[in-house]
Design a protein around this ligand. Sequence first.
Ligand SMILES: C[S@@+](CC[C@H](N)C(=O)[O-])C[C@H]1O[C@@H](n2cnc3c(N)ncnc32)[C@H](O)[C@@H]1O
Length: 238
Amino acid sequence: MGDEGDFARRFVLDAPMLERVAGALSLSKGADVTLSPSNGAAAIALDVGCGEGRFCRLMQAHGLRTVGIDPTQALIERARERDPAGDYRIGHAETLDVTPGGFDLVVCYLSLIDIPDLARAAVAITRALRPGGRLLIANLTSFNTAGMPDGWRHEPFGRLRFSIDRYLEERAIWVTWRGIRVRNWHRPLSAYMTAFLDNGLELRHFAEPEPTGGDPAKIERYRRVPWCHVMEWQRPTS
Ligand SMILES: C[S@@+](CC[C@H](N)C(=O)[O-])C[C@H]1O[C@@H](n2cnc3c(N)ncnc32)[C@H](O)[C@@H]1O
C-alpha cells in the first residue's frame, strides 16, 4: 500500500475520512467538546486494523496522537519502519488491550471486512472510546462484498455487469489483491449496523463518497455500483 495508497484510498476515501477527522477536531476547539481530551493534550486516535499505519500518519498530520493496532506482524513492522516514533502494536480488534475509555476517536479504515468476529470487535471498540468519543469507519459496502470474489463479468456481447448473490448470508471470501490472498467477510449491512447499535453507539454520519480523480475507467466502475461507505458513530456522553 505504501504511503500513497490505492485508488479507493487516494481518490475515494481519504478526503471524506480526513474531513470527518478535521470536523471532529474543530468541534473539539469550539463549544461542543466532541474530541477534546480533558487534560488539554492532543486528541488521541486508535486505528484498528491499521495495516502499514498509513492513516495513522495522515491523522498525525492533522494534530492527533495515534495508536495503530494490527494482527499482521509484517504490516506492523512496516509501519514502524516508516514511522519510528509512532505507536504501532500487534493486536486483534476482538481483544483490544488498551485503556478503557482511553480514546477520543477510533478508526476502522477498510478493516471491518477483515475482522472475523464483528460482535466481539464492536464491544472492544466501544469500550476503548471515551464517552462522547467517535468511531469513524470506511468500509466496502455489503452490496459490493456480496459480489465478491468476481462480481464483474462480461455478459454475451461483451457487456460488463456486476452481479451479487446470497446477500443475507454472512460468509468468508478469499480474494486476491495485488498478488496477495486475503480473507474478507461478506455481511449484510444490518450486521454492521446492529453490532454498533447493540453497543449503544449513535450514528452521526453516513456517506457513499464518489471518486474525485484518477483513472477514468476506474471512476466509471466506482460510479456504476455501490462501492465504499463512510460512517461516523458516537458513544453517548452519559
Ligand atoms: C484492507 S487492510 C486495511 C489496512 C489499513 N487500514 C489501510 O487502510 O491500509 C485490513 C487490515 O485488517 C487487519 N486485520 C485482520 N484481522 C484483524 C483483526 N481481527 N483485528 C484487527 N485487524 C485485523 C489486516 O491485518 C489488515 O491490515
